[in-house]
Design a binder for this molecule. Sequence first.
Ligand code: TTP
Ligand code: MG
Length: 384
Amino acid sequence: MQRWIIHIDMDAFFASVEQREHPEFQGKPVIVGGLSKRGVVATASYEARSFGIHSAMPMIEARRLCSDGIFLVCDHEKYHQVSKQIMGILSEYSPLVEPLSLDEAFLDVTGMGLLFSSPRQIAVEIKARIKQELGLIASAGVATNKLLAKLASDLQKPDGLVVVPPGKERQLLADLPIRKLWGIGRTGAKVLQNMGIYKISELAMADTQLLIKQLGPAARELQQLACGKDHRLVIPGQEPKSLGNEMTFDEDLHAWEEIYPYFLALATKIGWRLRQAEYSGRTISIKIKFSSFRTITRSQTLALETNLDEEIYETAVNLCRKVNLTEGVRLVGISLTHLQQGIQTSLFTDDVNAKRNAVLQAVDSLKAKFGENIITRGTLLDKK
Ligand code: TTP
Ligand code: MG
């Protein structure tokens, strides 16, 4: 039976959610991201993109390009809620839905032809329901595998719908630059360009042995992808792999005493997000970016998983003790991996954690009622 995969990707996701919530922002350049002096753009509405604004651009530059724009800070909780609603709609069209991020997912709709006239028709219907029920616009790609479906959803954005018929796979790929191919990062692209390979079609036709010499054994699979062949399955219901936050300081910091409160703020935020989602994690990683942009990470795996602010914070501080502060620090981050759903068992292992848990439960119920910012630690008050 012919395999059919749909890739759905929301248009200007964070910005569109904000425009939906504030009708007065419709049709206007909306820029969402970090608003501190050194914040970056998370996304921009298509109106803002026409000024040259894009994701990951320093916010200062975005303000320079579009001084009349509407600049908003990210509201992750809101975007998570909307994301759940989107995934809910998708799950009505296939038991095989694989979310890739908050705003995109693959669906395997192979064999659904019995219920719908065509795979294209499923995509049409999904787009219509997202628009009607959520007031948001999605782009869709429909193809015989994941690689092509993902590329196709990007081709006619915004409000796109591109179907790649069987047999037209290589044609779709031919003129695209190699960076568009899954798994080719900046380094891989450089190696290929040094070999005179710029387009996907050139990679498809290159000498396989030569590619393996330059890129290692993974080159074989890469070349298969370049030919439009991709056998990867849609794996449903994947759990999030990590959860983290980071912040960039307005000015570089030079002493641990100044930096630790920010780790505490991050740990508090992550702990809350974990408990909200009913997750806990075992491996805690810190990230530090120095003035020179040199970036390091350190991690520690705990004996038992946690979602307690204090435990996350203490582990982060412990990890910092192994780091030499030889230059200023511009960014710090914490993330948790090895996540698992459910209650965390370390709560019951010692009195300290049991007490912490009791306090956090009280704090959480306030946050749930009145919003995350209703309560702040005394030590963080001046770090607002
Ligand atoms: P994308 O799907 O890459 O971007 P988008 O939905 O804003 O725009 P489009 O798909 O129409 O090109 O990312 C989804 C969301 O993820 C985006 O709205 C904001 C967030 N994001 C970041 O926070 N930082 C980033 O660097 C990127 C690329 C996205
Ligand atoms: Mg998107």
